[in-house]
Design a protein around this ligand. Structure first.
Ligand code: NAG
Ligand code: NAG
Ligand code: NAG
Ligand code: NAG
Length: 220
């Protein structure tokens, strides 16, 4: 998990070692919208992220916009053991990815808080609510998230509220809604790094590690 620029969080992709808890389907793509506040400068932020998860190919990608308005695509290619961060379509930062792919599941240590029903029609959606705290170095993040069960036993996250702080008192909070799920990757080229990523003298500068919060992880 990365905590480089901790405010710019799009809360997504926190995966946790596999256990009996429910897990995301093996292929998922969708959109996450985060609305939040960063204590320093009292800055409100809004971030849209498209996410792509393919357990069969062991690849994960996210596409979002950094604080300078540039598109950022972040590809985790586990079989190749590489992570590519492509900023502005031009700059590529390649780093080694030595950790194994992890299935995206509800953490077994998440605390179940009960179920609620979303919506106002006969086909209302029952969701399961959990709380889960993450501590990574000096940063702690408290989350509450909603899981929507699927037929067949899989599930996806549909909402999350997170509050984080570090030892300097730097804080953020954010609410993320996950939507427009699809259970196929409609354009697999999202996992394909552009050719400048393979150039040996790659001196790309990663201006903003956009998704500071939660990286190597899966969906929850
Ligand atoms: C981002 O890309 C645009 C269009 O390709 C280019 O004009 C601009 O200079 C780039 N910005 C940076 C910081 O590289
Ligand atoms: C998370 O941390 C907060 C603050 O320390 C604590 O009150 C809460 O009980 C913790 N929740 C879980 C699920 O561990
Ligand atoms: C979600 O899907 C709808 C219908 O396909 C589309 O109109 C909308 O733009 C999508 N929204 C996002 C944020 O991807
Ligand atoms: C590339 O990304 C890594 C990990 O995010 C970072 O530590 C490094 O400074 C970046 N390199 C450049 C040249 O920006």
């Amino acid at each position: 998990m990365y905590v480089h620029v901790f405010p710019c969080v799009a809360l997504i992709l926190i995966s946790i070692p596999l256990t009996q808890s429910c897990c995301a389907p093996s292929v998922v793509q969708g959109t996450a919208m985060t609305y939040g506040l960063i204590s320093e400068g009292k800055t409100a932020f809004q971030n849209m992220q498209k996410f792509y998860y393919d357990e069969e190919e062991k690849k994960v990608a996210r596409v979002t916009t950094n604080m300078m308005g540039q598109p950022v695509r972040d590809i985790f290619d586990f079989p190749a053991k590489k992570r590519y961060v492509i900023t502005n379509g031009t700059t590529c930062n390649v780093t080694d990815l030595n950790e194994p792919f992890q299935k995206s599941c509800v953490s077994p240590s998440a605390v179940f808080m009960g179920s609620t029903v979303l919506g106002n029609t006969d086909d209302n959606m029952k969701v399961d609510n959990y709380r889960f705290n993450i501590t990574q170095g000096p940063v702690t993040i408290e989350t509450s998230f909603m899981i929507a069960p699927m037929k067949g036993g899989d599930c996806t996250v549909v909402g999350m509220v997170a509050y984080g702080k570090d030892q300097n008192g730097y804080q953020f909070s954010g609410t993320t809604i996950y939507m427009n799920f699809s259970f196929e990757i409609t354009d697999k080229s999202v996992f394909q790094p552009p050719k400048q990523c393979n150039e040996p003298d790659n001196t790309g500068t990663l201006l903003f590690e956009v998704l500071g919060g939660f990286s190597r992880h899966g969906f929850f």
